[in-house]
Write a protein that binds this ligand. Structure first.
Ligand code: UDP
Length: 252
């Protein structure tokens, strides 16, 4: 597996199939060590410049997949192209679709608004009989700062012992939370997956494929939640040239 720096972020240059192979290897092992996956995009790259806790969470991740098209572009501009974009929102359903009778899969959905994870779980299990949802939980706002709430989630996950824990709390909360509780989370793999639970439930619509492929997915997302996402994307747009310039100055 090729590890390289793009926009200042260490990423694993792997295809979707290679990422799935790593996940199944972890799932098949008897180890409930909560290896976890992060899905870097331009917004993460910008936050990583200043957020030391996020840097630590990234450093301990098992896989850092190139989720955002700006990272794909930057890798190409740097002359070290990655095989393809591997978005968390594509990876989670692809993993679920790859469960079979010989290798069934259990999962737990953590995050999104109340009821959304249940809908996502029903949508997934309806598509594949070899999938089993062993838990859904929508933690209350601010839960991450409440010891009892954190313990409650750790206990829920422990009693379910899923193969895969899908964590959809938004960045950087999900990465910081999984890293902080990694040693207590009884799951084989945790996937830090942003709004994936919303997408799977149909609560937010995913951009059309052509927009995803051309790097315009952000336009679609911004149109659905402009007041929340416009400031984020504006900051990211300003950060992009600076981060790319940094890559040229410190090639890896
Ligand atoms: N979320 C949550 N708890 C929180 C904060 C966020 O469950 O305390 C959920 C929110 O409902 C949404 C997801 O986290 O489902 C955030 O998605 P976002 O669009 O921020 O994902 P990103 O773009 O960061 O991947």
């Amino acid at each position: 597996m090729r590890r390289m720096k793009v926009l200042g972020v260490d990423v694993d240059a792997v295809s979707m199939q290679e990422a799935l192979a790593v996940l199944w290897e972890l799932i098949r092992s008897p180890n409930y060590g909560c290896a976890y996956v992060v899905t870097p995009n331009l917004d993460h790259a910008r936050m990583l410049q200043e957020n030391h806790d996020l840097q630590a969470a990234y450093a301990a991740a098992r896989l850092r997949l190139v989720d955002g098209m700006p990272l794909v572009w930057a890798a190409r501009i740097l002359g070290r192209p990655v095989p393809e974009r591997v978005a968390g929102s594509d990876l989670v359903p692809a993993l679920m679709a790859s469960a079979t009778a010989e290798r069934p899969l259990s999962f737990f959905l953590l995050g999104a608004a109340p009821g959304v994870a249940d809908r996502a779980a029903s949508a997934m299990t309806a598509q594949n009989p070899h999938l089993r949802c062993v838990g859904c939980h929508s933690p209350p706002l601010g839960f991450e700062n409440v010891a009892d709430e954190n313990q409650r989630i750790v206990d829920l996950v422990a009693s379910a012992s899923p193969d895969v824990l899908v964590v959809g709390l938004g960045a950087p909360k999900q990465e910081l939370w999984v890293h902080r509780h990694q040693t207590r989370l009884r799951t084989k793999v945790a996937l830090c997956a942003g709004a994936t639970i919303d997408f799977m439930a149909g609560a937010i619509s995913r951009a059309p494929k052509w927009m995803q492929a051309t790097g315009l997915e952000w336009v679609h997302r911004m149109a659905s939640q402009p007041s929340r996402l416009l400031p984020r994307y504006a900051k990211d747009a300003i950060a992009f040239p600076k981060l790319l310039y940094g890559d040229f100055r410190n090639p890896h």
